[in-house]
Structures are given as C-alpha cells and as structure tokens.
Design a protein around this ligand. Structure first.
Ligand code: CP
Ligand code: NVA
Length: 295
C-alpha cells in the first residue's frame, strides 16, 4: 500500500480536499470511527502550539488511538541523531508521525526515510491542516465554497501559502494584500499566477467574503519583529474595516492573534469573527484528514 503523507496542501487535489471537508462536517457528532484502535501516533514539535497539538491529541483519541509526545530536546533530531536514523526507528514503533518544524526540508526528509505517514503540523513553508479547517469553516458559514472570495491581508507566510494553494485546488478566488517585500510567492507557476495581488488592503477587503489575516511575525522570525511592525502598519484590520466589509463577510485568523498588530484590540470578538469556530474545526478537519490518509 502506498503511504499517504500530508506535507503540503498540494498533496491533496480538489476532490480529495472536498471529501475531507464533507467528512469533517458530517462526522462532527459522535461516535467516531475506531480506525486507530491499538495504534500509537507520535507527535514531535520544534515550535510551540496550543491548537494543533491539542486537536491532534484529541483527534487521535477520538479515533481510538493513543498519542505519544516526543520532546524535541530529548530526541535531538539532527543533533543527537540524523533524521534518517530517527525516521527508521520511529517507523518500527508508531503508526504515524505528526511534526511541526522550522525547515520544511525536515518534513520531506522524514517522509523520504519513513515507512509511516508524516503529517505537517506547520513548517516555515506551509500549514496544510490549518487550511483544511479554514475551508471547513468557510463551507459551514456560506453553505458553499463556490465563488467565495478570500482576501488575505498581511504577511505572505506559511498559512497564506497553504490557503492560497487550497483555494486554487478548490477554484476559489484568492486576493493577497501585502507590502511588496512580504508578498506571497508559490513554488508553482500556475498557482502563483492565480493569486490576485492588491497592495491596498482596504480595496482587497471590500471585495472579500472572507477577510483573513495572520501574525506579522511568525515563529522563528522574532528578531525581525520591530521591522515587521513598521512594514505592516497599514495592514492592520480594524473595526471600521469589518463594519464596512460586505454584510455577510467573515473574519478569519488561525490564532494565536497579536492584538494591536495584525488586528485591532478585541477584533476577535466582533460579530463578523468566526475564529473560534475555525479553531474548533481544526479537530474535525484533522480527524477527517487522518481517516483519509490512514485508510
Ligand atoms: N493555528 C495554530 O496552528 O495554532 P497553534 O500554533 O497554537 O497550534
Ligand atoms: N504564521 C504563524 C502561524 C501560527 C499558527 C507562524 O508560523 O508562527
């Protein structure tokens, strides 16, 4: 049987993404599939996490399995032992490996040498599990993904990249609004060209059904924080922006949010914000993704 990894959202095509979304929504009520009975899933994070770790720990449990958290300092991937050796060892013990990394190449190396599925729980390049939850949330809020325009405001980062690729796979218009030096680029010319760049965030938001933003300074970029705050000043989303957006527009954010940076204070609690439904959907989307990857 071929192993299915989820390193990039582009590992899934549009119809696979759609069936994961449908399954995530329909499988919200218990009881859940018991496909991980007697199985253990490893979780190894190089960066902090609240949502991703919690939703995977719970999701695996709901599918009848157990998780084991591998502490990064003890495992010493790449320092105590090379990735290849670690990948070979974990393949003998666990059913799947969920990893959050700095370098995306750490994930591709794991996938190269493992005989078990590897899931990207965020890397510097991509956050595919976030995108699945985002699309579940959009589908629930609008009842469709067809002709729903996403305006991503801010840094052209990992979250933006996966979301733009997911939108492309589904055929949703995607507007990206960033300062020139932080513009979103995709390593796939077709997808790259599908992105509508709009330097003016107000214009981008006025055309949007989904107003989406994320941290200006991602994990690992802390040394650039002050420079970034200056560069992104005009890209903060305010109450006025949401009030003047389309009536049924929604605000999305993967969280953690930086109040007073990419969003104004308390914006998560605005009536157009769906961020906590979005956070909950991490669980349902990942459970559905695991059912797909592990079957
Ligand atoms: N959105 C997200 O991935 O959150 P965590 O970093 O808390 O997992
Ligand atoms: N872009 C952010 C997302 C956090 C969930 C980061 O990488 O830190």
């Amino acid at each position: 049987m071929t192993i299915k990894h989820l390193l990039s959202i582009n590992d899934l095509n549009g119809s696979e993404i759609s069936s994961i979304i449908t399954r995530a929504i329909s499988s919200k009520p218990m009881p859940y599939n018991n496909l991980l009975e007697n199985e253990t899933v490893g979780i190894w994070f190089e960066k902090p996490s609240l949502r991703t770790r919690l939703s995977f720990e719970i999701g695996v449990k709901q599918l009848g399995g157990t998780t084991i958290y591998l502490d990064k300092d003890n495992i010493g991937v790449g320092s105590r032992e090379p990735i290849r050796d670690v990948a070979n060892v974990i393949s003998r013990y666990i059913y799947a490996f969920i990893a959050r990394t700095f370098a995306h190449s750490t994930l591709t190396e794991f996938a190269k040498y493992s005989t078990i599925p590897i899931i990207n729980a965020l890397s510097d390049e991509e956050h595919p599990c976030q995108t699945l939850a985002d699309l579940v949330t959009i589908q629930e809020k609008f009842g469709t993904l067809k002709n729903i325009t996403i305006a991503y405001i801010g840094d052209g980062n990992n979250v933006a990249r996966s979301l733009a690729c997911g939108a492309y796979q589904i055929g949703m218009p995607f507007i990206s609004s960033s300062p020139e030096e932080y513009k979103l680029t995709i390593d796939n010319e077709k997808i790259n060209q599908s992105i509508i760049h709009e330097i003016n965030p107000k214009k981008a938001m006025s055309a949007a059904d989904v107003i989406y933003t994320d941290a200006w300074t991602s994990m690992g970029q802390e040394a650039e924080s002050e420079i970034r705050k200056k560069a992104f000043q005009k890209y903060q989303i305010s109450v006025e922006d949401l009030n003047s957006a389309k009536d049924n527009a929604i605000l999305m954010h993967p969280l953690p949010a930086h109040h007073g940076e990419e969003i104004s204070q308390d914006l998560l609690y605005h009536k157009k914000s769906v961020v906590f439904d979005q956070a909950e959907n991490r669980l349902h989307a990942q459970r559905a993704a695991m059912e797909y990857l592990f079957k």
